[in-house]
Design a protein around this ligand. Structure first.
Ligand SMILES: [Zn+2]
Length: 126
């Protein structure tokens, strides 16, 4: 039986410092970032196998015009542990990208065989 999303959140890291002490970039997680001139940053902090499809949606929204950031889970399984809650997400490259933006569009989602959703949050920083 698949664990519920809530379960995964309970057992996930609370901040990036804890995560990076135990997980290896390039093996357990990956960060893709593309900063462009302009006020809009599109991000997926739970990309890859954490919230599948969200990085691809964010990348599509960003296109060639807007800045893009994703933190992706690339573990073989158990990627839910990499789910740092959005309001606690403090990965340094994400913080820098947000500092340089005026509008942050954040893509979240969840899908399994029964149901799924995509949630898009917008934060205006000016
Ligand atoms: Zn999310």
């Amino acid at each position: 039986m698949q664990p519920a999303l809530g379960n995964q959140m309970t057992n996930s890291y609370e901040r990036f410092g804890d995560l990076s002490a135990r997980e290896i970039e390039g093996q357990d997680y990956a960060i893709r970032i593309c900063l462009r001139n302009g006020p809009i940053l599109v991000m997926a902090p739970h990309g890859g196998k954490i919230e599948p499809g969200t990085a691809e949606i964010a990348e599509t929204i960003a296109g060639n015009d807007h800045s893009f950031y994703t933190f992706e889970g690339i573990k073989a399984d158990g990627n839910g542990v990499l789910h740092i809650q959005s309001h606690l997400f403090d990965e340094p490259r994400a913080i820098e990208a947000v500092k340089g933006a005026e509008i942050v569009i954040s893509v979240h989602g969840h899908a399994d065989r029964e149901d799924g959703f995509v949630m898009i949050g917008v934060l205006i920083l000016v």
